[in-house]
Design a protein around this ligand. Structure first.
Ligand SMILES: [Zn+2]
Length: 690
């Protein structure tokens, strides 16, 4: 067996094997517990000892004990793809997630899986729906806590920190007292029979909208963004103190921003659309074993957090920041390309020289000119590595992109509330497409139009969509949203004009045909809608809007079995809402599919909680399977205010007789007393009651 094969077995076989490995990795006993904190939307110049206009004492105190990278870069300026890079060690071209609301493929190995396989206990606490479990980063975590109170799309740093502290106290990760504190004391580690912990905590507060609590609101009255950073910093202090106090043995800490915030620089208020320093330059601090404390001036990518953590865990040291930090850093911002077909954007940073390729080349000296106002491209002598990095970086293929429409309307609204809306159609790629930097004045209009559209405020969205089409006549997304808005509002003529326009922009586009078919379905032109939808579903079986529309038509046609199987297909592509599950249960009930109907209703009940209104149906279904105890439990939940209450009492009386309950006569009497037109007759004919 060669060394490589041996090493790969060691990876899988975890802790027991790790002692016998032939690598230079430290023995199992000194593997540190690792706290990985991601600071959402945090600019490099808004946190740390060099920040101007904001003080962040917790971050500064931690940075003083470790290594602070003054020139760290996000791989991509959006939450999900940037975190995916940090958790996989890959640029987006490698892991395939270029935007929010996509799913991280199951074959992408996450740091959590590697650590878990190596014997670590793993836990994650995330603060935004953008990182919810359904997007694919929960693999390898024993615990993935992504629940915000009251179904909100985000939770505060205090709420998240409270949860983490509760977890640290209850999880037995170590004892309080004398063993705590020293980050660098790895030469004399405390023997700890318990497995080390990998804990990822994500804070979301600096993300728009900026609404810091007191005293931070008053401390930064004119710059609430800084107030949010200051508030998050205070919670970071609580978190770090709890981690050091509760965790036994050596520890390591990573602090990193996932991207920055435009704050108006280069016309960008938020982040995700451009590659300038405001959104790409992020804070990064390492504390722990083998960290050379001080400050690093070499540009590094935060994707190497993955390799650094593997190094600490004794799994692999390649590309670790503990060894060397020199590299040509790469980054991308493909959202405008993937959503509108605008120029793809790639950057390469070599020393203080940063190059952006997006339709044309821009070069900046980011040390001397951090605002990137003086383009040196004309006279710049770009390094060979930078040139190669820009030219060789793969532009994503449109065909390989998953559709964001595979989200329920509710999930799309949740993301929209966080400021994220994806396009509804695959754009037309053309060489003369606009450069995103030139379109910056349109970003707020695009965001607002998409947000209004997702919230179904079509009348307000229409003038904005028309404005977008004036500036960017090839914008298929805007054309289709405009057509849909008119169609939904019953503007027949305008809808047709917009669909024709979309067809001209993208001849033979399956997206255009889908939305056209949805229009016919909306206007009850079944003879046109049905064959179009049948063809689309046959050609592209994963197109959720077409599947949904066809399911609805099948239901109207009375083809319930077809409607049920189409809906099941939809729910395999996106998660159903409680109301959708209940409707599915009703149709399955109608088809006599008792067990599947019970499953659908029970799933709906688990999601809806007290708002669930189908306990009568559940009672009837359980009764028909002679599951009397389950039937009783379900029927006992039906409230007197429920319109089905008379039926529930009737069924409950039947169950009572069948279970030989002593109060069966009282229940029969109650059913009679509350009977309505339907149940009165049923009660009269019921032989069990005689
Ligand atoms: Zn983010």
């Amino acid at each position: 067996m060669n060394r490589k094969a041996l090493a790969s077995i060691a990876l899988i076989a975890a802790a027991a094997v790790a002692c016998h490995r032939e690598t230079a990795a430290p023995p199992v006993a000194v593997r540190p517990s690792i706290l990985f904190v991601t600071l959402d939307t945090t600019r490099a110049d808004a946190i740390g000892p060099e920040a101007v206009g904001v003080t962040t004492p917790s971050f500064n105190a931690l940075a003083a004990r470790g290594r602070r990278f003054r020139w760290a870069y996000a791989a991509v300026p959006q939450t999900l793809p940037s975190h995916t890079s940090m958790l996989t060690g890959l640029y987006p071209a490698g892991h395939g997630v270029h935007e929010n609301a996509r799913h991280v493929a199951d074959n992408q190995a996450l740091i959590s899986e590697k650590l878990h396989a190596a014997g670590y206990r793993t836990a994650a606490f995330v603060s935004s729906f953008a990182l919810a479990r359904r997007f694919g980063l929960a693999r390898g975590f024993d615990l993935y806590d992504d629940e915000a109170p009251g179904g909100r799309p985000e939770r505060t740093a205090q709420e998240t920190t409270d949860r983490v502290i509760e977890f640290l106290r209850g999880s037995g990760v170590g004892s309080r007292g004398s063993e705590t504190g020293s980050f660098s004391d790895t030469r004399h580690p405390t023997p700890d029979t318990r497995a080390p912990l990998f804990l990822w905590v994500h804070y979301y507060d600096p993300h728009y909208p900026y609404t810091p609590p007191e005293p931070f609101r008053s401390r930064y009255p004119k710059q609430p963004y800084y107030g949010e950073v200051g508030y998050m910093d205070a919670q970071l202090g609580r978190l770090a103190a709890a981690f050091q106090q509760q965790v036994k043995g050596p520890i390591a800490i990573v602090l990193a921003g996932d991207h920055g915030e435009g704050l108006g620089e280069h016309g960008e208020q938020q982040h995700g659309d451009l590659l300038y320093q405001a959104t790409m330059h992020v804070p990064l601090v390492l504390i722990g074993p083998r960290v050379a404390s001080g400050v690093s001036d070499a540009p590094v990518s935060t994707r190497r957090i993955f390799h650094t953590i593997l190094d600490w865990a004794g799994i692999d040291s390649a590309n670790s920041l503990l060894k060397s930090d020199a590299e040509v850093v790469v980054g991308e911002a493909m959202k405008p390309f993937l959503d509108y077909g605008w120029q793809p954007q790639v950057m390469a940073v070599d020393g203080s020289r940063k190059a952006i390729l997006a339709g044309k080349l821009e070069v900046y000296d980011v040390a001397a000119d951090p605002g990137e106002t003086h383009d040196l491209a004309a006279g710049a002598n770009l390094s060979r590595q930078s040139r190669a990095a820009l030219q060789e970086y793969p532009i994503p293929s449109m065909d390989a992109q998953q559709s964001a429409s595979n989200l329920s309307a509710e999930e799309q609204r949740k993301l929209a509330a966080l400021g994220y809306v994806s396009s509804v159609a695959r754009p037309v790629v053309r060489t003369d497409a606009p450069r995103p930097a030139d379109m910056a004045p349109m970003f707020p209009v695009l965001d607002e139009a998409a947000r209004l559209f997702v919230r179904e405020q079509y009348a307000q969205a229409i003038p904005l969509l028309e404005q977008i089409l004036v500036k960017d006549p090839h914008n298929l997304d805007a054309a289709l949203r405009l057509a849909t808005a008119h169609s939904t509002l019953g503007h027949e003529q305008a809808a047709f004009a917009a669909y024709r326009r979309a067809e001209v922009i993208a001849p033979n586009s399956p997206d255009v045909r889908t939305y056209m078919a949805l229009h016919y379905a909306r206007t009850s032109e079944w003879s046109k809608a049905v064959p179009m939808l049948e063809r689309i579903v046959a050609e592209t079986p994963d197109k959720v809007p077409a599947l949904e529309a066809l399911a609805l038509l099948r239901e109207r046609q009375g083809r319930i079995a077809d409607a049920v199987s189409l809906r099941q297909k939809v729910y395999s592509l996106r998660s159903p809402t409680p109301a959708e599950l209940a409707r599915l249960g009703e149709m399955q009930m109608e088809l006599g599919q008792t067990a599947p109907a019970i499953e659908s209703f029970e799933k709906a009940r688990a999601l809806a909680g007290a708002a669930f209104k189908h306990d009568t149906e559940l009672g009837v279904l359980y009764l028909s399977l002679r599951r009397f105890d389950d039937a009783r439990t379900a029927l006992d939940r039906v409230a007197p205010s429920d319109p089905n209450y008379p039926m529930a009492l009737f069924k409950r009386a039947q169950v009572s007789v069948l279970l030989h309950e002593p109060d069966a006569p009282d229940r029969i009497a109650a059913a009679r007393a509350h009977a309505d037109g339907l149940t009165r007759e049923l009660i009269a004919r019921e032989r069990l009651f005689r």
